[in-house]
Write a protein that binds this ligand. Structure first.
Ligand SMILES: [Mn+2]
Length: 466
């Protein structure tokens, strides 16, 4: 609801603002379960002051300059690739164009060193104006643009060609340079970091390089009011898509057709991209966690796992529902569904600041979900079901659908996490996952995806159009 949006977001859109309570209530009554249908501005930014505060915090955590590069726009060779900024760079700048660089000077240091470096604390580097390239790609921000300082939120904006000279001068003043060091990760990132480190080493081979990744990850953990507003939008769009899927679901449809409908709902509502490749897995495919082929014709009696989330203004929702293809769970499907739901409810009852999602320990909400699953129901061989809960209970969401964060650290107010128990029994072609997104609050949590039916009865009613 609009009342929860931050002032700046609401002022720029006003789309969901309600002038008087009666109008809002009438609107809710007319729209029923569909939480919204209007289009909206695509990709909003946070206020420049928010990005500046993050940079100031980061600069306060180091004793040398921080050197970061945005993506170049050639990170993927796919023809359908649309540029999306490197997440850490975006988190600190809100800048979503190719070829930018950033130097932050450490906060704690002597005035002498400051004067030595012309007093600039933050320098933002942009590609020089290139009219020939702009004929192909469209207009890009450049250092010579009037008002570029106010637009980017940096007092000192220079051409990218000057970044190397600035770094060379800084390396004479500071023995240590901070950047994001290459790391092994399943979802890429490695080549970009290596390229940046190679560039730094070429310019200043004598510098001692240290990793700044964890410092940024700690900031990203706690969401700002605007980030929470963006996540609410992403979740609302995902809820709408899941409702549309519940209404269209029937045997005879192909998995990809259901996914296509959900993507359409996201896009028509202002989502600039999917938060991740949509998962619509029917029958045997319901037991593959990241199933992405979407190639099965949905059959009568199938259970269908839909793990589909929108991205809004860079922020990722992550929502899963499990539906009976024909609108009615079989007794066995219903039994397993209710166990997963019971596990989710048991975990949610313990979600609050101080709890964690570690696999073990006395504060673990994962363990609560696992114990619930392992003490309810049986497989075909009479064995408990804990062995079929094969993934973690949840993770942070934010600029990445798997935002950085350690599941064994205690939950803090302002984190947004998924709570997603699941049971996957391949020999029964039966997978069930229920995934909701929750904001950690002082008193516990707020479920951002609360508008989406969660119980078996609600799901069946919605599918029946009731
Ligand atoms: Mn998830």
């Amino acid at each position: 609801m609009s009342g929860r949006l931050s002032g700046s977001v609401r002022a720029r859109r006003g789309r969901r603002g309600c002038d008087w309570v009666a109008f809002c209530l009438a609107g809710v009554a007319v729209l029923g379960l569909v939480s919204r249908a209007e289009a909206q501005q695509r990709r909003e930014r946070e206020p420049n002051s928010v990005y500046a505060q993050r940079r100031a915090k980061l600069a306060g955590s180091v004793d040398g300059p921080i050197v970061l590069m945005g993506f170049q726009g050639r990170e993927e060779e796919s023809q359908s690739y649309i540029f999306g900024q490197e997440e850490n760079f975006y988190y600190l700048t809100g800048h979503n164009e190719e070829g930018a660089g950033l130097i932050l000077l450490p906060a704690a240091e002597s005035q002498a060193k400051r004067d030595d470096f012309e007093g600039a604390r933050e320098i933002f580097f942009l590609p020089e104006k290139n009219p020939a390239k702009e004929k192909w790609d469209g207009v890009r921000m450049s250092p010579s643009d009037p008002g570029i300082q106010a637009r980017t939120g940096f007092a000192d904006v220079r051409g990218f060609g000057e970044m190397r000279a600035a770094l060379e001068r800084l390396a004479k003043l500071y023995p240590t340079i901070y950047t994001i060091l290459p790391y092994e990760k399943e979802l890429g990132g490695f080549p970009h970091e290596k390229e940046t480190v190679d560039w730094i080493k070429l310019a200043v081979p004598q510098a001692n390089l240290k990793d700044i990744r964890q410092n940024i990850a700690e900031l990203r953990l706690i969401k700002s009011p605007t980030e929470i507003a963006f996540l609410r939008e992403a979740v609302d769009l995902s809820v709408d898509a899941h409702l549309a899927a519940m209404k269209m679901m029937r045997p005879g449809l192909w998995e990809y057709q259901v996914a296509a409908k959900m993507v359409e709902v996201h896009a028509m509502g202002g989502s600039e991209a999917e938060a991740y490749a949509p998962i619509v897995g029917a029958g045997p495919n319901s037991t593959a966690l990241h199933y992405d082929k979407l190639s099965r014709k949905i059959e009568d009696g199938d259970i269908v796992v839909l793990d589909v989330g929108a991205q809004y203004s860079g922020y990722a929702a992550d929502v899963t529902r499990t539906l009976p293809a024909n609108g009615k769970f079989t007794a066995r499907q219903r039994e397993i569904y209710d166990i997963v739901l019971g596990a989710q409810n048991a975990a949610l009852a313990a979600v609050r600041p101080g709890a964690d999602m570690c696999r073990k320990g006395k504060n673990s909400v994962y363990k609560i979900a696992y114990d619930y699953i392992n003490s309810h129901g049986k497989d075909r061989y009479g064995k408990p079901l804990g062995q079929y809960f094969i993934h973690g209970l949840g993770h942070n969401i934010g600029l990445n659908v798997h935002d950085p964060g350690d599941s064994c650290k205690r939950l803090l107010v302002g984190q947004v996490v998924t709570v997603e128990p699941g049971i996957y029994i391949p020999e029964e072609n039966l997978g069930v996952r229920i995934e909701d997104d929750v904001l950690i609050t002082e008193s516990g949590y707020e479920m951002l995806s609360a508008k989406l039916p969660r119980t078996a009865e609600e799901v069946e009613k919605t599918m029946a159009g009731k």
